[in-house]
Design a binder for this molecule. Structure first.
Ligand code: NI
Length: 178
């Protein structure tokens, strides 16, 4: 396992469509996913997509820390942490507005509208098909990471750039919305 170099906003790989991973899934892909999980943890992230480590492949990893889940959401250990070729569809048009950050855009946070309730599909690292419904934070993380596979960053999804803030100033924003 290894820590991988992150690509930061401005690197062209973050703006490209990532390519599907061919099946059967190889050890190389499993190694990349393991390194991405290590890299995510070392940088205290909750999600990471392969283009963020300079790999133009449709692979994402994510964590669902218990503290971030809404009441009724399932615990983190029941959720796959790596997904190959993930796709999602909204289950309703309802949007939720929530704060996001990104390891490729260090220090900044902003309010992003996302579908509140989605269904997503993909393959686990052993090739098993995964299909899940997600709401709230879980749904947000999955949408953010799949966006990376299509060259989209959370800033592109913001509808009010006035909510864009540095982490160090975030308490002002949170005070205002409380
Ligand atoms: Ni991101």
């Amino acid at each position: 396992m290894a820590l991988l170099d992150l690509a930061y906003m401005g690197h062209p790989i973050l703006r490209k469509d990532a390519r599907p991973i061919e099946t059967p899934i190889t050890d190389e892909t499993r190694r990349l996913a393991a390194d991405m999980l290590d890299t995510m943890a070392a940088n205290e992230g909750v999600g990471l997509a392969a283009p963020q480590v300079h790999q133009g492949l449709r692979l994402i990893v994510f964590l669902l820390p218990g503290a971030r889940l809404e009441p009724g959401e399932e615990a983190a250990e029941e959720v796959p942490t790596a997904l190959v070729n993930p796709v999602f569809e909204p289950m309703s048009a309802e949007l939720a507005h929530g704060l996001e950050g990104c390891l490729s855009i260090p220090g900044l946070r902003g309010i992003v509208p996302r579908f509140r309730h989605i269904r997503y599909r993909g393959l686990a690292l052993d090739g098993t098909p995964v299909e899940r419904e997600a709401t709230g934070f879980h749904a947000r993380v999955v949408q953010h990471e799949i966006d990376h596979l299509d060259g989209v960053l959370f800033l592109d999804r913001m509808t009010d750039l006035r909510s864009l803030a540095f982490e160090s100033e975030l308490h002002h924003l949170l005070d205002e919305s409380a």
